[in-house]
Design a protein around this ligand. Structure first.
Ligand SMILES: [Ca+2]
Length: 412
């Protein structure tokens, strides 16, 4: 189950990070999505599959009326299959990932939400023992604090993917879990919306995760993670982390300085005691030995970049999403939301020799020259590449769409 959750959360987070999950508008009514390809189209094969699935659903305890209500208006969504096929496994550098995951905007919105929901978060901490800033950081990464929850109907999306069959068993499980949620009355078919892959609500639970971990924290008898009120979602996230072994008061990890010639061991497969790392010369960024937070590992996710000592809570966050970048993103964002400073170690220049400050300058200068890259963040994505191409074309240069030292010089 955690593996499945992983593959989706990864996809979702990557999309949310790219800034284009859902429509960017919180779903309020759950009306049919206007997104192209996300409105049901007739499909005889799909209908035949639904007819055959009906017997399996009923044998798993879904009532006839739940089934009929859920599939009224549901149908095949070609856009979901398109998205599934487009899903490419690409890796950002940790530097790029953190520039987006812990951007100034995400940090300041996180701090605002920490204040806005302080009493709710305090009650959640009391109930589940997970610190407010950690819950808020997950919320920030999963849906940009509820701004991008997704407006695609979950029954249609999961049924389409189950019928398609590429990961048919997995999505049939998600569909059945979705029907169980409807049967229990946590929400209505019209309200049950999410990402193209069925991740729902403020913290993007897939239906089986919802079944396992979601809680009703408002006390109205419904586990409502679709509501504009994030309370049930935030409590469900804390419940998930608690059940995965979260230890309150323990950090996920700390940035560390490694002594010259340090030869490891590196990686989460090797744990040592605090005393053992201290004896090997590992220090925190102020030069002090790291306190004893239990068995600890040293990771350097990007060559030449920051090193971290990580602890049990790091592993707990991997149960939410098994990507090292994601965990560092949540962990570092939570530290920043709680008032912490940016990482102290820099990252090395990229393959073109540009540092993140160079890349931000390049973007700022492109904006000034009239080639829109959006807010300069130092991350070279499609928009920046298009702006570079536009600039190169307008200036009679070879059009590469790629940043370079020469380009930066020219823009200066
Ligand atoms: Ca509730």
């Amino acid at each position: 189950m955690t593996l499945s959750r992983r593959s989706f959360a990864l996809g979702i987070s990557a999309v949310a990070l790219a800034g284009c999950a859902g429509t960017g508008t919180p779903t309020v009514t759950g009306r049919a999505s206007p997104t192209p390809g996300m409105t049901p189209v007739p499909n005889a094969g799909f209908d035949a599959w639904v007819a055959s699935y009906r017997g399996r659903a009923l044998s798993r305890g879904i009532s006839e009326s739940t089934f009929q209500n859920a599939f009224r208006g549901a149908g095949y969504l070609p856009g979901v299959i398109e998205r599934d096929r487009q899903q490419v496994e690409f890796t950002r550098t940790l530097e790029d990932y953190l520039a987006i995951a812990a951007s100034d905007e995400r940090v300041s919105k996180g701090r605002a939400n920490l204040r806005r929901y302080d009493s709710t978060l305090a009650r959640i901490e009391q109930a589940y023992g997970v610190e407010p800033e950690v819950v808020v950081a997950v919320w920030g990464l999963e849906s940009q604090y509820g701004e991008r929850r997704g407006d695609i109907p979950v029954v249609s999306a999961t049924a389409t993917l189950a019928y398609d069959g590429r990961r048919g068993n997995f999505f049939e499980q998600q569909l059945t879990a979705a029907l169980k949620i409807l049967q229990r009355g946590d929400t209505t078919p019209a309200n049950m919306t999410g990402s193209w892959a069925g991740a729902m609500g403020h913290t993007q639970f897939i239906p089986t995760s919802f079944e396992a971990y979601a809680v009703d924290f408002t006390g109205d008898g419904r586990r409502d993670i679709w509501s504009n009120d994030p309370t049930d979602s935030l409590a469900s996230t804390a419940a998930y982390l608690k059940r995965s072994g979260w230890r309150r008061g323990q950090p996920w990890g700390v940035e560390v300085r490694l002594p010259a010639g340090f030869s490891g061991p590196f990686g989460r497969g090797s744990t040592r005691s605090a005393a053992s790392w201290a004896a090997a010369g590992v220090r925190d960024m102020n030069g002090a030995p790291v306190p004893d937070y239990g068995p600890a590992s040293i990771i350097v996710p990007q060559r030449g970049g920051p090193a971290f000592m990580v602890f049990r809570n790091f592993t707990v966050i991997t149960r939410y999403n098994n990507s090292e970048s994601y965990v560092i993103g949540v962990g570092h964002l939570s530290d920043r939301i709680a008032g912490g400073a940016p990482l102290r170690s820099g990252f090395p220049p990229d393959a073109t020799g540009l540092t993140i400050d160079d890349r931000k300058e390049l973007q700022t200068r492109l904006n000034r020259a009239g080639f829109d890259v959006g807010t300069p963040d130092g991350v070279v994505g499609k928009k920046t590449e298009a702006a570079i191409s536009g600039y190169q074309q307008a200036n009679g240069l070879a059009v590469t769409g790629k940043p370079s030292q020469a380009l930066l010089q020219q823009l200066r």
